[in-house]
Design a protein around this ligand. Sequence first.
Ligand SMILES: [Zn+2]
Ligand SMILES: [Zn+2]
Length: 156
Amino acid sequence: MNLFHLLILVATLLIMEFAVTLFHKYVMHGIGWGWHRSHHTPHESAAWQTNDWYAVVFILFTILLFALGGMHAPLWWIALGISLYGLLYGILHDVLIHRRVRVKWRPTNRYIQRLTKAHYLHHAVKTRHGGVSFGFLYTPPVEAIRRQLRSKLQKT
Ligand SMILES: [Zn+2]
Ligand SMILES: [Zn+2]
């Protein structure tokens, strides 16, 4: 790994957060709601959700990038960045926030608590529209999201 590769990795993580936020807001809560709805309805935490198909599609896509990247090195590093993002997302969102895997670890870290609170506010809305906090590894201060949610609820 050289500095160029490290730069690609960091840039990929940043772009992924931005892209995932938009994807969640406009695709998953838009045309892709059919799959995502399962994640917004009460369910057995460990059970398979239709929403998990998104993860399957992303993993297949990333494997493809790795394969193509074998010939073009920078692409391989982009694929690694996407995998890293996916891993972080899986650990934080599925294990630590939704507790889909039984682990004893309950972090008291302020950053993780902020992510958790912000994500619960996202789940406060069970419908396709009117949601808040679509980002993941970065969220605005929780108070700001709460205000946003309140004003959206007043409008409906
Ligand atoms: Zn959602
Ligand atoms: Zn969630």
